[in-house]
Design a binder for this molecule. Structure first.
Ligand SMILES: [Zn+2]
Length: 244
């Protein structure tokens, strides 16, 4: 072996474990969930504020929707306070050690909340493509939706909520006879069943950031509750819900 080829061999030998470690990181359990490096409070802005807003978007108050715009304003502060109240923390509206600790305990390594998975939100395909938005947008809409569902699930006593349908491509939507304007095509809608009555879920959902709630009394919604972040209609007349 010449010096040159020995050096090449050694370089390759060193490179192999590094590659293996990278494969382990992306393919296995070492995925790093998002974490914050500063305390966030009213007046601050940044990508870390957006990440916080995604996780407290299920706490906007009745009929409200929290903007995930990276600007920590009064509404974000109120949402953080409601999140803190929901988990028995001091309600100061500031995201610091205790609030982050609670979020981390609710967050899986892929940043989904612990009680919901991407695979539950997409039984149509594995690519998130073929809907009305780019695949990456559909998937990120689903992530935002899941954090709202986590808030709803917690508010209803941490009992199981089952998702019968989430993201749909146009072809999946056509197959089930979904509306051509369905929010399922955007990845931000979920149809719920589970242990709660449909009206219990529909009524409680009004507090957790859903612009679109359809349930019993609305055509074709007597056997599930449809929730979406986008859209505008609230209708579940058998539950006493007739508009926002
Ligand atoms: Zn639906």
């Amino acid at each position: 072996m010449s010096n040159n080829s020995r050096r090449a061999f050694l370089t390759a030998a060193v490179a192999i474990p590094t590659t293996a470690a990278v494969v382990g990181l992306t393919g296995g359990t070492a995925h790093a969930a998002y974490s914050w490096s500063r305390t966030l409070k009213e007046g601050l802005r940044g990508a870390d504020v957006t990440q916080l807003q995604i996780r407290v978007a299920g706490y906007p108050g009745y009929a409200a929707v929290l903007a995930t715009d990276g600007v920590f304003g009064a509404k974000t502060k109120a949402a953080v306070k409601r999140f803190q109240a929901a988990y028995g923390l001091t309600q100061d509206g500031v995201a610091g050690t205790n609030t982050y600790k609670k979020i981390y305990s609710l967050q899986s390594s892929d940043n989904t909340p612990i009680h919901f998975k991407y695979s539950e939100l997409n039984k149509c395909n594995s690519t998130w493509g073929g809907g009305k938005v780019a695949a990456s947008t559909a998937k990120s809409n689903a992530l935002r939706l899941m954090w709202k569902l986590e808030a709803l699930r917690h508010a209803l006593g941490d009992k199981p909520i089952t998702i019968s349908s989430g993201f749909r491509s146009v072809s999946c939507n056509n197959r089930v006879g979904g509306s051509s304007t369905s929010r399922h095509l955007y990845g931000d809608a979920a149809d719920l069943t589970g242990v709660h009555s449909f009206c219990t879920m529909a009524k409680r959902a009004r507090y957790h950031g859903f612009r679109n709630i359809l349930g019993p009394g609305f055509p074709n919604h007597n056997d599930h509750v449809h929730l979406a972040s986008g859209g505008s209609t609230w209708s579940a007349s058998k539950c006493g819900i007739n508009g926002r």
